[in-house]
Design a protein around this ligand. Sequence first.
Ligand code: RUQ
Ligand code: CUA
Length: 674
Amino acid sequence: MSEQFPDKTVNRRKVIGGLGLAASVPVGAAMIGGFRAERASAQDGLGDEVNEIIKARELSPEDVTAALETYMPSGKMDEYLMFTSSGHAGQVYVIGVPSMRVYKTIAVYTPEPWQGYGYSEETKAVLAGGNINGKSITHGDTHHIALSETDGDYDGQYCFINEKAHGRIAVIDLKDFATKQIVKNPLLVSEHGGCFVTPNTEYILEADQYPTPLGIGEYAPISEYKEKYRGACVLWKFDREAGKIVPDDSFAIETPPYGHDLADAGKGPSDGWAFWNSFNSEMATGGNMEGNPPLEVGASQRDMDYMHVVNYRKAAELIEAGKGDKLKDMSFIPLQMAIDEGLMYLVPEPKSPHGVDITPDGQYIVVSGKLDPHVTIYSFDKIMAAIEKGGHETDEFGLPILPFEECLEAQVELGLGPLHTQFDNAGYAYTSLFLDSAVARWKLGIDDGKWELVEKVPVHYNVGHIAAAHGDTVNPDGNFLVALNKWSVDRFPPVGPLLPQNLQLVDIREGKTMRPLADMPLGFGEPHYAQIIRTDLIDAWDTYPQEDGKVGWDAIANDWHPGGTMIGDEKIEVNGTNVEVWMTVMRSRFTPDTIEVNQGDEVTIHLTNIESAKDATHGFVLGGQDISISLEPGETETVRFTADTAGVYPYYCTEFCSALHIEMAGYFLVKPNA
Ligand code: RUQ
Ligand code: CUA
């Protein structure tokens, strides 16, 4: 436990020890008595009060210890932060662990008025990065969070999030927890196998989910699926200094039209390689109205699909050497070149695989087949040996297929519907079991060759992803795991037919039986993957940078804003029908507080929050113009609009910033045309 729990930690553990944390301890008065004795010596009288509450609320000893494990007194900090996707809410949520409180939503693919995201010129430009043929898209389907890594462990600098519906990736800077860039994949209409970062965040992995003719707007009839439809494994280059993805240095590798699912980047011995699952190697195309089997039936005929094993480092060298093509402006390695150069191999994997996860040592690859009760563990060394040996069979596109048995290390039967695997620091792996509604803990046989199921804990219900602290890095923390459950059914008060997701905190500390500690209903999105990082790795800014004589930071450009305005430098410039305003914002006034324009004028306002106090945020809304922005201390943003409707429009501050917050207002007057 870090310094987040100063010497109180000792007390906390002692109290819990006195209570008998292990689930095997019987429920009974003896324990509560033990609790009373322990606490009574520390604080007289507390024992009785606590016991009254326990009785009145009919709490079991497990309830009481779980409450003590997760309760966060005011002002104390969570040891971990969980970053989770929000599904089709298009955002990212930041949640404290173990308290399971939401600290922030980060607007990513969809406008969000509290953060003023999508209303200022700066943030509109970020959203426009995700336009499709010039068309703005105001929603997104976020699935997989990827925190940036250094040497295979989270470094707390950036967070990436994919967007399944349109094939997009976004970059969030953890200096200010704001979205800085959205890139649209020019080849993929939709995607799923992203984001996963390489161990030093040089590349961000992405792949199609559903094959199409590659390129937005390309057409081929579905009857030409095998000939014309393709997938692609994509490596987006990330420039850490600039905090941006560099599309010109990114590339794609063509694949057969197998649907691609999750991915993971190799590390340690497997560094330089990437692994993608696939499904529908049957290449079924549905057509259930024409008497064909429905897509999901057609796509589940064969016993095996294919893991794609990709030498991305070698591919990057080829691209750098000027080999490879361009497709829709993206560097592109055609399938035949990938075969000839030995960039891609297939390894059979059981029925409809979903998650692929690399062990912390980088030596083993764990695959879950949704329709197979086992996890399948491959050895990277064995895969390399099989490649070396050569003489492989191929699929009908000519890609070499490595023999399953030669690559296999072990299979462990866990239960029904295994999906995703995480790791801890004690040699265990954890796999979600969707159909069982459970999380399995199983032992890695790295040292002794014994790969075996240890125990399962029920979760409520239909668990998708799971996230353990640093649980997909080279250096897992253990302690806590969160099950991201899709259904909550009977766990919460009725709120109509659309129910919240249930995020469930699970204790996975070494030497203890796994048990759920807390339920967290989440009523604003459908989280998929999450990652949990130690809070002390986050080094976020308190305010935007300010220097003597300089204020006004552009959060998107990550530089001084040309419209930044100091006190005394406020002005209104009129140039024909263009009106430009340089405004300062502070407790409790806007300067200027009166702006008069003529109907039809083009209006630009640069607003600078000149405050240096932490948390002294001001908002700005201007009714009738669809403008709501948020100005954090030291920030400048620009709004631009046409004053097309005559009238008098008060503007005001939307953050309750001071005693005179209500008075923080002004008038925007639009004189009618004669
Ligand atoms: S997956 S349906 Cu992450 Cu299990 Cu997207
Ligand atoms: Cu500024 Cu309210």
